[in-house]
Design a protein around this ligand. Structure first.
Ligand code: ZN
Length: 134
């Protein structure tokens, strides 16, 4: 069974903390111990796990990615969003998080982020929540 998380971005490039939504989905799945696979169903978005305490980290990551891959007229892709496609592939479309005693197993400072690179848009993340108990 595939579950979905809905994400609504508000900026062209933005990191959105989806840890709470993900934990809610795990709770609804009723899985005690297992694994949660996440997969972004878009070519201009990505998923990452990083610092959730200081919002400056997300701002710095967004600023660095925009500096690394600028929105450049040099690109030939007619849609004009090649920078977003490149950032999506750099960060990656999937992550996996272990589930231990009904909770996502994350480090103290870790959060799961949906990475928007061509917003604002309505997005979806597919989840496969599997139980160790079968
Ligand atoms: Zn495109």
């Amino acid at each position: 069974m595939i579950r979905y998380i809905e994400v609504k971005s508000r900026a062209r490039t933005e990191f959105i903390d989806i840890t709470g939504q993900l934990q809610e989905a795990v709770k609804n799945a009723g899985v005690r111990n297992g694994i949660c696979h996440l997969f972004v169903l878009h070519t201009t978005a990505a998923i990452t796990i990083n610092e959730g305490a200081d919002p400056a980290v997300q701002r710095d990551m967004v600023a660095f990615l925009n500096k690394l891959v600028p929105h450049d007229p040099y690109f030939t892709h007619a849609e004009g969003n090649s920078d977003a496609h490149i950032k999506s592939s750099i960060i990656g479309a999937s992550q996996s998080v272990f589930i231990e005693n009904t909770k996502l197993l994350l480090g103290t400072w870790q959060a799961v982020y949906f990475c928007e690179f061509d917003g604002p848009r309505h997005r979806r993340v597919a989840l496969k929540i599997s139980s160790d108990e079968g």
